[in-house]
Design a protein around this ligand. Sequence first.
Ligand code: GLY
Ligand code: MN
Ligand code: MN
Length: 445
Amino acid sequence: MDHAHQVYRSRRDALIGAMRRKSGGGVALVPTAPEVARNRDSLYPYRHDSYLYYLSGFPEPEAVVALVASKDGDRHVLFCRERSEEREIWDGFRYGPEAAREVFGFDEAHPIAELASRLPDLASDREALYTPLGLFADWDRTTVATLNAVRERARTGVSAPAEVVDVRSILDRMRLVKDAHEIALIRRACAISVGAHRRAMESAGPGKHEYEVEAELMHEFLVHGAQAVAYSSIVASGPNACVLHYRDNNRQMQPGDLLLIDAGCEYQGYASDITRTFPVDGAFTGPQRAVYELVLAAQLACIDALKPGVPFHDYHAVAEKVLAQGFIDLGLVAGSLDAVLEQGTYKRFYMHRAGHWLGMDVHDAGPYREEGESVRLAPGMVLTVEPGAYIRPADDVPERFWNVGVRIEDDVLVTTGGVENLTGAAPKSVADVEEVCRARTRRAA
Ligand code: GLY
Ligand code: MN
Ligand code: MN
């Protein structure tokens, strides 16, 4: 077991400790994600389940982590596919139980084919069963079948777990605060995505299609060793910038368009999530610039408001306040700031939250409220800061603002003194954005 895998073992130990404190002991069963068909016999690229990966670093499909906390001691057990010369010729390398046990630091490993026959033993005479409930339909059936198999042994004196607990209640809290290993991977994902946004800014231009820019992003992700996008890239020009989850990426860019790009890679299981908005021909128009500077002011005010001890929900209010005042000043909404906030009329132009936790999942696990209170920020938490403004054409909206859509999104790490912006190197000020875009225009000339 190398150093990296020691990290996973200590996470498993932490889960076992939490099970002991909560239930006096028990068994945790955590499956990975199923393979998913795309069409006919083609599969989507495989993506492991984040919970299983958090506990094991094990990347293959058809795997289950089983952890026992009992009076006789702890057991770390892995189920995985057996080696197979035939299957490996077609599909590639598999660890097989023997090597996987050694490499990933488990006490035991067994073929996944033995899962059904071994689970009842693992779950017998345990205080509690910790497993994800309702995550994968097949696994739900396995969970029920396991419990019933244990109950059938009642007459032999065996007892079934008295409680079934969703293991995510513990793992989500653990995943909320990132350890050094996770932070290093998120940092790398962010650095790659920063480069991709810069490349996109340098390559976009009137006459090009959105998908050409998407291809530049993808090139930069893959060439730097990222395995995938963390979510479908949004490359939204002109009116498409006002479609929050725009995915077609097939419009030809026109002079005078803004281009909103929301894209981030996944690096070794960790996401990044960046949005930048820029003028495709190198210079903001007056109204575009006014909206851009407003969103930027909101974003900077949000980042300023983040530090340990601050409730997660506070910066959402900061974004709302700055944007609402800006919309009033631009003549987009009418009324006093208090009235606009109270009545929510600003939501016509800003209708999402200011950000979310970021980690293995782009909208990462982790509670936002605990015991009715907003979770307070603490060092090691990672979150996005992403206010925006989206102005669709309408009779009561000044025409100069029509189709202006702007979002600016960074990923920040909470530190002891405040936050560190992990994606701040992606050009963001009006001057920096125009400089990168103009350098492209100069090259093209
Ligand atoms: N890209 C997804 C989000 O910004 O939340
Ligand atoms: Mn995003
Ligand atoms: Mn986001």
